[in-house]
Ligand binder design. Structure first.
Ligand SMILES: NC(=O)c1ccc[n+]([C@@H]2O[C@H](COP(=O)([O-])OP(=O)(O)OC[C@H]3O[C@@H](n4cnc5c(N)ncnc54)[C@H](OP(=O)(O)O)[C@@H]3O)[C@@H](O)[C@H]2O)c1
Length: 148
């Protein structure tokens, strides 16, 4: 089994890659640092050769609705187009508990995550959406963002 982790060197992607490799699963890391850009498509087709499953743990620093929607939707579209060509059979997306609901439903970043979920649900590759709450490793980021 060969897994492509879109965002494979990020906070979630990096320990995920380690865990999969420890189980003997072949992992291809797909991030900017790896020379792969899922938005422009650079390096994507080559990286997906022989891949069965894509795990999408991409992220954008854009917190405005326009930027977040365009990033998350664009990535799903490119991963679907190139994934289909490569014969990918499963697309797993990490989302967030509660996006699109309640008081925070109009936060731009969350609108991006809602658009991401919608795009992968209607895409041609069978998908699983996992909604998680924030992980412990995200706490320092939140502290930095909100310290005045
Ligand atoms: N962290 C959490 O607590 C948490 C909880 C629930 C859900 N999530 C969701 O999980 C996802 C990942 O979160 P994270 O905290 O792991 O994010 P992160 O640490 O910011 O990692 C994001 C990854 O995306 C890659 N990336 C960004 N733009 C790219 C592009 N154009 N082409 C290819 N790769 C690109 C980055 O690559 P480079 O490093 O090479 O720039 C990086 O590896 C997000 O969608 C988030 O909403 C996270």
């Amino acid at each position: 089994m060969k897994v492509f982790i879109a965002g494979g060197r990020g906070r979630v992607g990096s320990p995920l890659a380690d865990n999969l490799e420890a189980k003997g699963i072949e992992v291809v890391s797909g991030g900017l640092e790896d020379g792969i850009d899922v938005i422009s498509g650079k390096g994507l087709a080559e990286a997906l050769v022989g891949v069965n499953t894509v795990v999408n743990v991409l992220n954008t620093p854009r917190f405005d609705a326009e930027g977040a929607i365009s990033f998350f939707e664009g990535a799903i579209n490119n991963l679907t187009t190139e994934g289909e060509r490569a014969g990918v059979r499963h697309h797993i997306v990490l989302s967030i508990v509660g996006v699109g609901e309640g008081d925070a439903s109009d936060i731009g970043y969350y609108l991006g995550k809602v658009a991401q979920e919608k795009a992968v649900r209607s895409a041609s590759i069978p998908a699983t959406i996992i909604r998680a709450t924030q992980f412990q490793s995200y706490i320092p980021v939140l502290i930095d963002q909100h310290t005045v």
